[in-house]
Unconditional design. Structure first.
Length: 470
């Protein structure tokens, strides 16, 4: 029998362990956290399975760009080394069912967008609903025909769900902000929470379809778009051309759209009509549900009805919507789009189980941006060496090429510099801040943006993802 010394056996085991580690895919070698929570599509805090950590080291071992996220759970981490963001040059491809949790105060910037097509799905979650929400920016403005989140050239969007976070998506030329690339349909898009800003490239919808590829190519259908939730704040802006802010691109069918605003704030033209829900007894409790045709299903709209009823702003391209309130005699109640005009009402009374269905239809929706329009901005990749800060800044305005624009970047009020936005939409700069010991969260860019009526408005773009009017 061959006898090995303890030292040789130890070295042999160590070598095997190293070889096994080297054989693992990069994602398997990445850090994993097991105690992770997130807010689900119903607004409930839930524990997640173990999640692979996405931080500044995550993409080093991955082949790319573009970098592939395979099905599973991921947690975008806050950086603790003084930087405020992770940035990915070259884009991300989604493969399988990916669940992405944005840790509070994190910022992930993806340049050249997040590709979600076919049967692949991306669901974005946050850990809070306040100013600490994590930030995700997906920018394809320098990659023609590519959605900020969704399809590439000739591709329709896959299944995209945003349940929370501060999410900005900018499409390249002929592509949607969220949805289809050039000639692509919107796919399946659900927004149930978070602050979402979606801006299409030229002839692309803000949320929905990408531009037609030419004669004989209808392209650009809106797809299936569902927006609801008390914690949702959605800004949708089409690019230059005839696209809808939410729905079709320059050509194509609007698709199936259902928007129930409630406390949802949609920037742009007012939603066309509101529906008032009332009940007998006047203090009825419970959740009013819209029973929508496939692929939507049952959508919770609001809880509780008072003596004055509860009005809900709404838009739909569906021919019929069935509303129900558990335990009420005339529940469900079916309304067609012709009945749902401003001031329409749904009155519940009595006791019976809920049931019902509807059928899909067609129509259109277009939100025209107000003047001055909102913008998308991000201040990212900030690094500090001694008294010198380096950074990148993006300022984007619907339908306007911001190349050549001058942006002032400030840290508190004592330190400032100016940066010129390049042809790629990015400004690179440095700022000397001798003796600075304050909060880096005060780092912000000041941009003057001209709206459609020629009115100049000043915006402040903070390093934590906030964009506010000065």
């Amino acid at each position: 029998m061959l006898n090995r010394s303890p030292l040789k056996r130890t070295l042999s085991f160590a070598l095997c362990a190293l070889l096994a580690l080297a054989a693992l895919p990069p994602a398997a070698r990445a850090a994993v956290e097991t105690d992770v929570s997130y807010i689900d599509v119903n607004g409930q805090m839930k524990p997640a399975p173990s999640a692979t950590v996405i931080d500044d080291a995550f993409f080093i071992d991955l082949s790319g760009p573009p970098y592939t996220l395979n099905g599973g759970w991921y947690l975008v981490k806050t950086q603790h080394d003084g930087s405020v963001s992770n940035s990915v040059e070259g884009g991300i491809d989604i493969s399988g069912n990916v669940n992405l949790i944005l840790e509070d105060e994190c910022h992930l910037f993806v340049y050249n967008g997040i590709n979600v097509t076919g049967d692949n799905s991306l669901t974005i979650y946050a850990q809070s609903t306040d100013s600490d929400m994590g930030v995700l920016t997906a920018n394809s403005t320098s990659k023609d025909y590519t959605a900020g989140i969704g399809g590439g050239n000739g591709q329709s969007g896959g299944k995209i769900t945003i349940a929370g976070g501060r999410v900005s998506a900018l499409g390249g030329n002929s592509a949607a902000g969220i949805g289809g690339g050039n000639s692509g349909d919107g796919g399946s898009i659900t927004i149930s929470g978070g602050e979402v800003h979606a801006e299409g490239g030229a002839n692309g919808a803000g949320i929905g379809g990408g531009k037609s590829g030419g004669a004989g190519d209808p392209g650009g259908d809106g797809g299936n778009i569902l927006i609801y939730g008390k914690d949702s704040h959605v800004t949708a802006m089409a690019g230059i051309g005839s696209a809808d802010a939410i729905g079709r691109a320059s050509t194509g069918d609007p698709g199936n759209i259902f928007i129930a605003a409630g406390t949802l704030d949609i920037d742009g033209d007012p939603v066309p009509f509101d529906v008032a829900f009332t009940a007998t007894p006047e203090t009825a409790s419970g959740v009013v549900v819209a029973n929508l045709p496939a692929p939507f299903g049952a959508v919770p709209l609001l809880s509780g009805l008072d003596e004055n009823g509860t009005a809900l702003e709404m838009f739909t391209t569906l021919d019929f919507v069935t509303f129900s309130l558990a335990g009420y005699q005339n529940s469900p109640i079916t309304k067609d789009s012709g009945d749902m005009q401003s001031g329409a009402s749904v009155d519940f009374a009595g006791l019976v189980p809920e049931s019902g269905d509807g059928i899909p239809g067609s129509g259109g929706l277009k939100f025209e941006p107000e003047s001055p329009p909102p913008i998308v901005g991000v201040l990212y990749d900030m690094q500090k060496s001694g008294d010198i800060f380096t950074f990148k800044v993006i300022i984007a305005n619907a339908g306007t090429n911001m190349a050549g624009a001058t942006v002032t970047v400030q840290l508190n009020e004592e330190y400032s510099t100016t940066v010129t936005i390049g042809e790629d939409g990015i400004g690179h700069g440095t700022l000397e801040a001798r003796g600075f010991t304050g909060n880096i969260a005060n780092f912000h860019a000041r941009a003057n943006v001209k709206g459609g009526s020629g009115v100049m408005t000043t915006y402040l773009v903070y390093s934590d993802g906030r964009v506010v009017r000065a």
